[in-house]
Design a protein around this ligand. Sequence first.
Ligand code: CA
Length: 234
Amino acid sequence: MAERILIVEDEPEFAALLVLWMERSGYRPTLATTGNDALRKFYEEHPDLVILDVALPGLDGWQVIVRIREFSRVPILMVTARSSESDKIRGLKLGADDYITKPLSFPELLARVEAALRRASTPSPERPRRLQHRDLIVDLDDHRARVRGEDVRLTPTEFRLLAYLVEHAGQLVAHRQVLSEVWGAGYDADVHLLRIQVRDKAPARPSRRGPRKVAPAPRSRSRPPKPAARPAAE
Ligand code: CA
């Protein structure tokens, strides 16, 4: 069945174009033109992905992300006219999965939508179903991460990043490798996404003893990771 996409955009012509693009690509789009409208339609329709404009009347895109993230891990693709780094960082810290800057190209938007939906779907079956690193258990079947038995709330992208890093704990992995594994093909130069998620977001969810050292290596010292990972003891 076609994935439902909630498009939140207040510029009528651009909104109509987005709806048309998404319909022609086989998705089922719903349009919301204000932040409040977005939340109402989100509750009603349970979309599979949200394309979210930042500058909106009423609740702005930032507030919408915060409200959605209170109870949902749905992929959120932020669309912003601003190109400043601080806006991108702010969106990703609040829980957006990805961002795209206006003016945007449809092929790029489509690629990012597809990548976000792919990340949100279940991981490939050949991987171990459960990974453990010290107090952290990552369950790939039910997409849950627990630190000493306590659930850690993560978006699908955060979960994939965490799983990838735990899978390669103790190894040096290249930025571009993490990006293409976690975000998908075409993201390997987007070091910004990775830097924000790891440096700023991961330490915001520490265990009581502080965050563990799970971080990508500096580019200059990178080498490919070994594919094998240690599954958790049953
Ligand atoms: Ca707008």
